[in-house]
Design a protein around this ligand. Structure first.
Ligand SMILES: *Cc1c(COP(=O)(O)O)cnc(C)c1O
Length: 401
């Protein structure tokens, strides 16, 4: 090709190939992981391509099956959770559904805690049953309720702790002992706690999932999911689910999460501090009925929280006196807090679970899991806490006495 003068279209397409060698030959020592925004990777020659496809040698060849930026994120998440391996997904829901699809087929069963992210609940009670996978949700605050319903068809136990939005906890260690005794894998949705505050693998869980959209990214700019667990299970999920269903994360989103992880510890420290202060403020406020925050001594599972979490997190839920209408006035009166779903962002977000994130629950199920009409969820951000208290105080003042 050297002797040929190439056409402009050919040059535009081919550009200058870099293949990770700097033009000067000097080593590249970027402190930030490069974004390998490449769908495909060139083989050295036909034999190497065939060997990669045959699984005889490792190598990147197509981003749905592996990408260096995504690998960097997966290694980091596995390390932070104390797991062997991790797999990143396009969203938290892609991660959760991948766990279910990797472990269950038609005729199998999942046992889950009853307070779950609304999307997870919908997957469990609407979508998986259509595939012949039955899901039983129980009040898992008492792990014996899980044990009681396990049978020989149960392939997965799935819990969320602290739960969205009620902040109810599940004893991970006790549930893991029940799961181990039956040889059933235990998966924990660790989104609320993050690997900085809680490590379910160390407590005996087999699989951990995150909606990385939340605290892992931390800035409200990315939707993503991550699963961690054994090397064997991750390889199986990659082969059986990620390859065929294809819900992969983009290299750019993986990079945003890698950037988010760098500040996860400092962000979580401040989220926890601010949330504790706001929970205390709310618990003394005359227009508030109940406050749910694991860090409060009045939380019925405060001791469990202290034993399985290193900090109490940034999520605070509460019930306003006056129910739904009072909640509406509050949410329409805040000036600093943003009325929005999602959580774990630098900004404080306020929302109404019964009509927003948990509208997938029926009226009876909402009441059964403790999501009353006046129930408000607050994702406490990183603003000056005095400003947040000021905002909530002025908004609460607008509620009828
Ligand atoms: C948001 C969320 C999910 C779903 O994650 P997406 O990234 O929105 O798909 C799952 N679990 C919990 C606890 C969540 O908050």
């Amino acid at each position: 090709m050297n002797e040929r003068k190439l056409g402009i279209a050919t040059i535009a397409v081919h550009g200058r190939k870099h293949f990770d060698k700097h033009e000067t030959g000097a080593p590249i020592r970027a402190i930030s992981t490069p974004i390998y925004q490449s769908s495909t990777f060139a083989f050295e020659n036909a034999a190497q391509g065939a060997a990669i496809f045959a699984g005889e040698v490792e190598g990147y060849f197509y981003t749905r099956l592996g990408n260096p930026t995504v690998t960097a994120l997966e290694n980091e998440m596995a390390f932070l959770e104390g797991a062997d391996a991790a797999l990143a997904f396009a969203s938290g829901m892609a991660a959760t559904s991948a766990i279910a699809l990797a472990l269950c087929k038609s005729g199998d069963r999942i046992v889950a805690s009853d307070t779950l992210y609304g999307g997870t609940h919908n997957l469990f009670v609407e979508t998986l049953p259509r595939l012949g996978i039955e899901v039983t949700e129980v009040d898992a605050r008492d792990p014996e309720n899980i044990e009681r319903v396990l049978d020989e068809r149960t392939r997965l136990i799935f819990i969320e702790t602290p739960a969205n939005p009620t902040l109810r906890l599940v004893d991970i260690g006790a549930t893991a002992r029940i799961a181990r005794a039956r040889g059933i894998p235990l998966a924990v949705d660790n989104t609320f706690a993050t690997p900085y505050l809680q490590n379910p693998i160390a407590l005996g869980a087999d699989i951990v999932m995150h909606s990385a959209t939340k605290y892992i990214g931390g800035h409200g700019d990315t939707v993503a999911g991550v699963v961690v667990g054994s090397k064997e299970f991750m390889s199986r999920m990659r082969a059986d689910v990620l390859r065929d269903f294809g819900g992969i994360i983009s290299p750019f989103n993986a990079w945003l999460l890698l950037r988010g992880l760098k500040t996860l510890p400092v962000r979580m420290e401040r989220h926890c501090e601010n949330a504790m202060e706001i929970a205390q403020f709310l618990s003394y406020h005359p227009k508030i009925d109940s406050v749910y925050y694991p860090g409060l001594r009045t939380h019925p599972q405060h001791d469990l929280a202290k034993s399985q979490m290193r900090g109490m997190g940034g999520m605070v839920s509460f019930e306003v006196k006056g129910g739904r209408e009072a909640g509406r006035i509050l949410m329409d009166s805040v000036q600093l807090c943003t009325l929005a779903v999602s959580l774990g962002d630098v900004d404080t977000l306020i929302e109404h679970p019964a009509t927003m994130t948990h509208s997938t629950y029926s009226e009876e199920d909402l009441i059964a899991v403790g999501i009353t009409p006046g129930f408000v969820r607050l994702s406490v951000g990183l603003e000056d806490v005095d400003d947040l208290v000021w905002d909530l105080r002025q908004a609460l003042a607008r509620l009828p006495d």
